[in-house]
Design a protein around this ligand. Structure first.
Ligand code: 10G
Ligand code: SF4
Length: 336
């Protein structure tokens, strides 16, 4: 007999979920810069697309700006960090012109895509970039090459109407956080229209994007609701919502904090899926699971596809500063 007054609920908790190695490294760079140089440390753009992370760093002395020109003249000697999404070449060039000290937190896997795009161009190929217009990573990747040498492709429908300089001299790269399945469709359409299209030397969609989508595919079938912890401007988190819906979740939504959950809409549910985008801290996942425990008799089933071991070290100068476990504790949940 169920002596609990609470209705039973199974939470399928995806693994891997949450922080990827590039996000962890980028946040460490800001934390260590604050430790080494003191506040303020300026950060151009949200270091990663998550309000909890940004607010937490702001409380420690980080100052977020849109452009380098927003940094007051009297603070020109303070460090400025570039976000994990990468920046156009013009940004470090601008920092150098202004005699600013910058720390580049671009994920190494984004830098790899930059290099692949530059290689295509060096070998005489026009570059097709598959990605979402206006996203900072896309702006950064396009900004590695001279204007006019990259064409953005967002959808399969666009492929038929593409106008390129020379169909025999084409290479592609992609944004790192796209839907694996949608991107495969776009690449197939491009290859069918341009048989001489050259692929990058390795996959542009990163391991973290692929792994989080795979775990959602495993957990989603038959769930009454799927919650993805992440922000509305987080591309990879939004893709997880789409994947959950396509793979059998009755509904799927993004949530930034437990306080946003629509409890009315949770009436009658018996199974939910939970994952978190690459920029969403584990402490918020735990907060959400705890909020369900307050209302339901919860059983957690782990939906695990693969164990991640990737770790991207910070630059040598900051490594010497030494990261204490307590420095990152504001982002970790119980048990970490
Ligand atoms: O998913 P996007 O690119 O919007 O970024 P995010 O900050 O939510 O997650 C981390 C991913 C990156 C830094 C892009 S490589
Ligand atoms: Fe790097 Fe992938 Fe994380 Fe982006 S999502 S920061 S490419 S590991």
């Amino acid at each position: 007999m169920n002596i609990s007054q609470k209705p039973p609920l199974t939470i399928r908790l995806c693994e891997p979920r949450g922080f990827c190695a590039g996000v962890d490294r980028a946040i460490q760079i800001v934390v260590l810069a604050l430790k080494k140089y003191g506040a303020p440390v300026y950060v151009r753009h949200e270091i990663v697309h998550n309000r909890f992370v940004v607010d937490g760093l702001r409380a420690r002395g980080a100052v977020f700006v849109k452009e380098l020109s927003d940094i007051p003249a009297e603070h020109k000697d303070k460090p400025v960090v570039f976000s994990a999404h990468g920046v156009p070449k013009s940004v470090p060039a601008d920092a150098e012109n202004r005699h600013m000290f910058y720390l580049d937190a671009t994920c190494p896997l984004v830098s790899k895509v930059h290099k692949q795009a530059m290689r295509h161009q060096r070998l005489g190929r026009h570059v097709l970039l598959i990605g979402h217009a206006g996203h900072p990573e896309v702006v950064g990747t396009m900004g590695q090459l001279p204007e006019g040498s990259v064409t953005l492709v967002e959808t399969v429908e666009q492929v038929a109407g593409l106008v390129v300089p020379d169909e025999a001299q084409l290479g592609y790269v992609t944004q790192t956080t796209l839907s694996v399945d949608d991107t495969a469709d776009i690449i197939a359409a491009l290859e069918s229209r341009f048989p001489k299209l050259t692929a990058p030397s390795s996959e542009s969609i990163c391991y973290a994007t692929t792994n989080r989508q795979e775990a959602v595919k495993m957990a989603a079938p038959g769930t009454d609701m799927f919650l993805v912890v992440g922000a509305p401007n987080s591309s990879n988190s939004r893709r997880l919502v789409e994947v959950a819906k396509r793979h059998g979740a009755a509904d799927a939504v993004l949530v930034q904090r437990a306080g946003e959950i629509d409890w009315e809409g949770m009436q009658g549910i018996t199974t939910i899926g939970v994952s978190a985008g690459a920029s969403a801290p584990e402490i918020v996942v735990q907060e959400i699971v705890d909020a369900f425990r307050d209302r339901f008799d919860v059983t957690v089933d782990i939906a695990m596809t693969v164990e991640e071991t990737e770790n991207f070290p910070v630059m040598r100068d900051l490594r010497d500063t030494g990261l204490a476990v307590s420095d990152m504790a504001f982002l970790k949940g119980a048990g970490d």
